[in-house]
Write a protein that binds this ligand. Structure first.
Ligand SMILES: Nc1ncnc2c1ncn2[C@@H]1O[C@H](COP(=O)(O)OP(=O)(O)OP(=O)(O)O)[C@@H](O)[C@H]1O
Ligand SMILES: [Mg+2]
Length: 438
C-alpha cells in the first residue's frame, strides 16, 4: 500500500499538526469505530488501519509541491494523497496548485483545507471539475477527520491502482488472445483456400496429363515417320516441297521439347498437390518437393533471377506434411523473387539476381536454406516479418500472411524452426530446420 502523503501549506504549524495526527495510532473511541464499521461494512476495519505508517512530505508553496509530485512520479513512487491549503501567498493558491498537481499525476487523492469560505464548493467544482478524488475540510479541523481521510483516501488510492493494473492486465490479455485468434483465423482461411486450390490443381493436372501423353506419343511418332518418309524417292520430289522438308522436322523437334516441358510442369503440379496434402506426416523426398516448387514459382522468378539448387545427397526422407512444406517453400521462393525484383528496380541493375535452395542433413536435423541476393530486410522491420498481416508490399502484391504461415507451419506443425540472416543490399537467407525423426 502506498502511504506517501504530501502536505502543502504555507504555515509550518499545520505541517506539524498533520504530522502529529497521522503519526498517532488511530483513535479507537466509539465514534471512530462506528465510522469504520460504516465505511468498511463492519469487516476487517482494524486490519485496514493496522500498522499503517504514513510517509509525510512537506511543501510550503504550490510550485514546490509541483516539483515534489513531478519527481515522485518520475521515480515511480507517486504520492497517494495531498493535503492542500487554499491561501498560500505569495504563490499559487490551493485551487491552482491542485490543477497543476493533477496535470502531473492524474490519480493523486486530494483534500482541500480551507480556512474561510474563500471559494464556494460550486466554484471549486467549476475550476477542478466534478471529481471523486477531492474532499474539502474546514479549519479548524478535527483530528479524527484527518485520520479518517488519510486512511480512507490512501486505501481508495490503492484499490484504484489495483483496479487499473488489473484492467491493464485484462486489456493485454484480450489483445493477446485477439491476435492469436486472428492469426488462427487467417491460417484457417489460408489453409482452406490452399486445399481448394490443391483440389483444383490436382484435377487440372490429371485432365492435362492424359491428352498430353498421347499428344506426346503422336508427335514422337510423326517425327520418326517423317524421317522415314524422306528416305523414299528423294528425286521425284517437287522443288516447292523442299521448304517443308526442311521446316517440318524443326517444328516437330520444337513440339517434342514443348510437350516435355508441359509434362514436367504437370508432374510438378501433381507432386505439389500429392494426396498426402492431408494432415498426416509421411516420409517426404524434400528435393522432389523443392524442384516442384521452383518449377511452379517460375512465373515469379524467371524475369529477375537464376535459380539453382545445392542439395545434400545424404539427405534422407524427412517426416513431414507434404502440402504444408510445399506452401512453406512456395512462400519463401516468392518472397525471395520479390526481394530481388525490388532490388533490380531500386538499383537499376541489368544483371539478374540469384536464388539458391540449399539442403543439409546434420545432427538429426534437415536444414533447408533459401538464399537470395535481394534487398535484404531493413533493421527496423526485422522483428516484425513473422507478424500476421505485416507487409511492406503494396496492396495487391502482398498480404503479409506468408511468413506468419511459414512460421506456424514449421514450428507448431513440425516442431522445427525458421530463422533468417540478412544484410541490407546483399540479400537474405531464410533457414528452415526440420527434425529428421518424427
Ligand atoms: N527474402 C526477403 N527479402 C527481403 N524482405 C523480405 C523477404 N521475405 C520477407 N520479407 C519482408 O517481410 C515482409 C513479410 O513477408 P510475408 O511473406 O509475411 O508477407 P508478404 O510477402 O508481404 O505478403 P504475402 O506473403 O502474404 O503475399 C515482406 O513484406 C517483406 O518486407
Ligand atoms: Mg510473402
Amino acid at each position: 500500500m502506498n502511504h506517501r502523503v504530501l502536505v502543502v501549506d504555507d504555515n509550518a504549524a499545520i505541517h506539524e499538526d498533520i504530522r502529529k495526527i497521522l503519526a498517532t495510532e488511530p483513535d479507537t473511541s466509539a465514534r471512530i469505530r462506528d465510522l469504520e464499521a460504516e465505511l468498511f461494512e463492519g469487516h476487517a476495519a482494524r486490519d485496514v488501519f493496522a500498522d499503517v505508517q504514513f510517509d509525510i512530505h512537506a511543501a510550503y508553496q504550490g510550485q514546490e509541491a509541483l516539483e515534489l509530485v513531478r519527481q515522485a512520479v518520475a521515480e515511480g513512487r507517486p504520492y497517494s494523497l495531498a493535503f492542500v491549503d487554499v491561501r498560500m501567498p505569495p504563490g499559487w493558491d490551493g485551487i491552482e496548485t491542485i490543477e497543476r498537481l493533477w496535470q502531473e499525476d492524474a490519480h493523486i487523492q486530494t483534500v482541500i483545507i480551507s480556512a474561510y469560505s474563500e471559494y464556494t464548493v460550486a466554484e471549486i467544482a467549476g475550476r477542478l471539475g466534478a471529481t471523486d478524488r477531492l474532499l474539502i475540510i474546514k479549519k479548524p479541523f478535527d483530528n479524527v477527520e484527518i485520520q479518517m481521510m488519510a486512511h480512507t483516501l490512501t486505501r481508495k488510492y490503492s484499490l484504484e491502482r489495483a483496479l487499473r493494473l488489473k484492467l491493464a492486465d485484462l486489456d493485454a490479455l484480450v489483445r493477446q488472445r485477439t491476435s492469436a485468434l486472428e492469426r488462427k483465423q487467417a491460417e484457417l482461411a489460408h489453409a482452406g483456400k490452399m486445399a481448394a486450390i490443391g483440389q483444383l490443381v490436382a484435377g487440372i493436372a490429371h485432365e492435362i496429363n492424359t491428352p498430353i501423353q498421347y499428344v506426346g506419343d503422336n508427335t514422337y511418332f510423326l517425327q520418326g515417320a517423317f524421317a522415314e518418309l524422306l528416305k523414299v524417292q528423294p528425286s521425284t520430289r517437287p522443288a516447292r516441297l523442299e521448304y517443308l522438308v526442311e521446316q517440318i522436322p524443326k517444328a516437330l523437334a520444337q513440339s517434342v521439347e514443348g510437350i516435355a516441358q508441359v509434362s514436367s510442369i504437370v508432374q510438378a503440379m501433381r507432386t505439389f498437390v500429392h494426396p498426402g496434402t492431408s494432415d498426416a506426416k509421411e516420409n517426404v523426398d524434400l528435393h522432389k518437393s523443392i524442384e516442384a516448387a521452383i518449377m511452379l514459382a517460375k512465373h515469379e522468378w524467371k524475369q529477375v533471377a537464376e535459380v539453382s539448387t545445392d542439395f545434400d545427397p545424404a539427405l534422407p526422407l524427412v517426416p513431414c506434411r507434404r502440402g504444408q512444406f510445399n506452401q512453406v517453400l512456395l512462400n519463401l521462393l516468392i518472397n525471395a523473387a520479390h526481394a530481388i525484383a525490388e532490388d533490380v528496380v531500386a538499383r537499376k541493375k541489368d544483371a539478374k539476381g540469384t536464388i539458391t535452395v540449399k539442403t543439409r542433413a546434420e545432427d538429426g536435423w534437415a536444414t533447408i536454406s533459401v538464399i537470395d541476393t535481394g534487398t535484404g530486410i531493413p533493421e527496423a522491420v526485422r522483428s516484425r516479418v513473422f507478424e500476421p498481416f505485416f507487409t511492406t508490399k503494396e496492396p495487391g502484391k502482398g498480404t503479409g500472411q506468408g511468413l506468419s504461415l511459414v512460421h506456424s507451419l514449421i514450428t507448431a506443425g513440425h516442431g522445427g524452426t525458421v530463422t533468417f540472416e540478412t544484410e541490407g543490399g546483399k540479400g537474405t537467407t531464410f533457414i528452415v530446420r526440420l527434425p529428421l525423426r518424427a
